[in-house]
Design a protein around this ligand. Structure first.
Ligand code: TEU
Ligand code: CA
Length: 557
């Protein structure tokens, strides 16, 4: 595997709408990001991914872009974006934007023109099909956000358009070379501006299995998951390779693919030495226990499942490429609320989870607030929900026969709002996020979980993350922490997640006691110096480590 400049870095995802509001309108903005660059530097971050800030009606919080070449005024101006790039550069921070090109907004001028003249140039930018009222739709795919993925084309009763996400996110037709040219031009325009690269949204969806056809229905609505189509689609890499050649490769840009539904044999094509992306997220743990029925039917992930799944991913990728490791992002519950059993979420367990994920092979992405241990919040009513996906899943649960309380409980845990509530800067009103009314409810636990409280407290979650980042960037440990192979240790021992990172001439041992109860662990006799411990004490007798509940340690070994 070829070594790259970004392998030893630490990345950080900003969800701009909820990061820092500087003008009191309740919406986080680019000025807010600029004012927090020193904070990111202090934490030790090298690469920053900004969720979308392009012009957008925000039907899906910016993942519905109406103008790829401009900044939404709610987030700021192009001048501010340029200032951000320049200020970040001064601090040696690389800025990465979201590339959302499976679809655009229905308010993008391409779609408006397509509605004016479906048979003209722009009609061919989308998937528009003839459809007579009362006749079956072109296919029975269910959009990710619920309902059919076909919607009547505005102004044309006899036509429908495809949207695999929300109806305000019409899919772009990648089969059309003219459309692809538009996309490449736009990507290069941004890279010319000095952008380091992109996180690439929902990219597997750009290749459709054509012609459209039905697959067996998997719910009472008669529709089927998009997954069925993705399993059958072939030829994705023709598009991805062309895109990489025409854009990323020319700039040596950093790219992180949001890849779901990947086929086992495709890993090298995505992230191998000549792959189309630099890296892609490891979602193996993220998708554990998902159910075709919906969120209401999803079970919690056990520590054993977590461990075994992570080890499988690590094995699969070693020597091939570099995955990106996360415990959460803007689409997922807060990692600490999801992977740590209910009632056991505390600073010690938060540090353990962060440590276990951070010490793996791959590039760690911290999602804003993760570094202070932000948690899910509790919904009191469905009216409090903003997330379009959660709204749909509430209805899915009701349709399946859940009571309103059960349906609320399902979205309470999985709603994307959990991760999108504003960042807790301090204990002042609105957690120091905004002087106005925040666009989304601030988690009421901010007086106890906030950055100001944690910064000067040496044993805080925040200071623990800093230690992890420092270890990653310490050149003395590059061969083990960055390039070492992950070798499970005592994998059979229940609720113990332990592994070696074995590299040229050096080895580390990483261990987390993934339960509330203490447990004893026999240490290998190679164990040397202790590098990290999430508790003040360490108790070893006769080569056995007595681990407290959720204790996490890293040794040289
Ligand atoms: O998410 C993509 C996404 O959620 C699905 O593509 C994914 O395949 C599915 O959940 C797996 O089961 C991205 C963004 O991160 C999200 O915020 C957007 O809403 C979405 O794309 C549409 O742009
Ligand atoms: Ca603002």
């Amino acid at each position: 595997m070829e070594r790259k400049w970004w392998h030893g870095k630490t990345a950080y995802q900003i969800y701009p709408k909820s990061f820092m509001d500087t003008n009191g309108d309740g919406i986080g903005d680019l000025r807010g990001v600029i004012t927090k660059l020193d904070y990111l530097k202090e934490l030790g971050v090298d690469i920053v991914w900004l969720s979308p800030i392009y012009c957008s009606p925000l039907a899906d919080q910016g993942y519905d872009i109406s103008d790829y070449y401009n900044i939404d005024p709610r987030f700021g101006t192009m001048e501010e974006m340029e200032e951000l790039l320049a200020e970040a550069k001064k601090r040696d921070i690389h800025i990465v934007m979201d590339l959302v090109v499976n679809h655009c907004s229905d308010e993008h001028e391409w779609f408006k023109k397509a509605c004016e003249d479906p048979d003209g140039k722009y009609g061919k930018y989308f998937y528009i099909m003839d459809h007579k009222k009362g006749e079956p739709l072109p296919c029975n795919w269910r959009s990710y956000f619920g309902g059919s993925c076909w919607e009547p084309l505005p102004g044309h009763e006899d036509k429908v358009y495809l949207h695999v996400f929300h109806k305000k996110q019409p899919d772009l037709n990648w089969e059309n070379p003219e459309l692809r040219e538009e996309i490449y031009k736009m990507i290069n325009w941004w890279l010319d501006k000095g952008l380091a690269g992109f996180r690439i949204d929902a990219i597997v969806n750009i290749k459709k299995k054509l012609p459209f056809e039905n697959y067996p229905a998997d719910r009472a609505d008669g529709l089927c998951s998009i997954d069925r189509m993705l399993e059958k689609a072939t030829g994705l890499f023709d598009f991805l390779d062309e895109m990489a050649d025409r854009t990323f490769r020319k700039y040596d840009a950093f790219t992180a693919g949001e890849v779901f539904n990947d086929k086992e044999e495709d890993l090298p094509l995505y992230i191998g030495d000549n792959g189309c992306f630099s890296t892609m997220y490891d979602f193996a743990e993220t998708i554990l226990n998902r159910s075709i029925k919906g969120w209401y039917d999803m079970k919690r992930v056990t520590p054993e499942q977590y461990k075994n799944t992570v080890f499988m991913s690590q094995k699969r990728v070693h020597g091939v490429g570099f995955l990106s490791n996360i415990i959460e992002n803007h689409d997922e519950p807060r990692g600490v609320s999801h992977y740590i059993p209910d009632g056991e979420c505390c600073e010690t367990s938060k540090k353990m989870l962060g440590g276990l994920s951070f010490m793996l092979e791959g590039l760690p992405f911290i999602y804003q607030g993760q570094e202070i241990g932000m948690e899910n919040f509790t919904y009191h009513s469905v009216d409090e929900v903003d997330d379009i996906s959660a709204k749909d899943q509430y209805q899915v649960a009701l349709d399946a026969g859940c009571t309103p309380e059960e349906a609320l409980a399902a979205i309470d845990h999985f709603s994307r709002d959990n991760a999108r509530s504003p960042f807790h800067w301090d204990g002042s009103e609105n957690a120091g996020f905004s002087s106005g009314t925040p666009w989304l409810r601030v988690n009421p636990n901010y007086p106890s979980i906030n950055l100001a409280e944690q910064k000067d407290r040496p044993d805080s979650v925040w200071n623990f993350y800093r230690k992890l980042i420092r270890l990653r960037s310490d050149p003395a440990y590059t061969e083990s922490v960055i390039y070492g192979e992950t070798i499970p240790y005592l994998q059979e021992q229940h609720n113990l997640m332990a592994y070696f990172r074995r590299g040229e001439g050096q080895q580390l041992l990483v261990m987390g006691n993934f339960q509330k109860q203490p447990q004893d662990v026999v240490l290998p006799d190679t164990v040397k110096q202790l590098l990290i411990n999430n508790l003040p004490d360490l108790s070893i007798t006769d080569g056995t480590l007595h681990m407290e509940g959720y204790q996490f340690v890293v040794f040289e070994a």
